[in-house]
Design a protein around this ligand. Sequence first.
Ligand SMILES: [Fe+2]
Length: 190
Amino acid sequence: MPAVMEKAEKKQKKSSVAPGATTQIIDRMYPNRVALSDDIKKQVCAVMQQPLAEGLDLYSQAKFAHWNVKGDNFYQLHLVFDHVAKVIFKQVDPIAERITQLGGVANGTVRQSACSSTISEYPVETINGMDHVRALADSLAHYCQNLRESSDKVDDIGDKPTSDFFNQLIVDAEEQLYFLESHLEAGDVQ
Ligand SMILES: [Fe+2]
């Protein structure tokens, strides 16, 4: 086989590898002077990987809604969904950097996030505004619940400042949940 064709075939094979098939989550820890035991730092970093992954997943879901919503109230919902995306994206960087401050590795590529997130798959066939509001509210509620659980977990592990850090994120994330749920009929809200 001519070398050019061989190269093209190799490239084709490489690109047909399933996305995420080689994705790794790194749990390496770097020593530092933060006044917590190595064991506590490791446990706290492990807890924080989940909200990091879910923040990135949720951000992309909010952007999906922002880009693809149609119908009545298009423009208003287009802006609301973008606002959710902005608020959540603003939380991702500090979560990632809190992990690295404690000596961990922030596993925050899109593929790592897709592997680790437990947020439900976004219903990508959704078209109408209120259906997007409901779908995004479900995902955002899951993210908010995970922030609360993470706050409790790191408090139990023995890192109160990181628990307080999560508490600040919860207030902003739950404000976005309130904005979404306020678009729904009262009967949609439990
Ligand atoms: Fe936009």
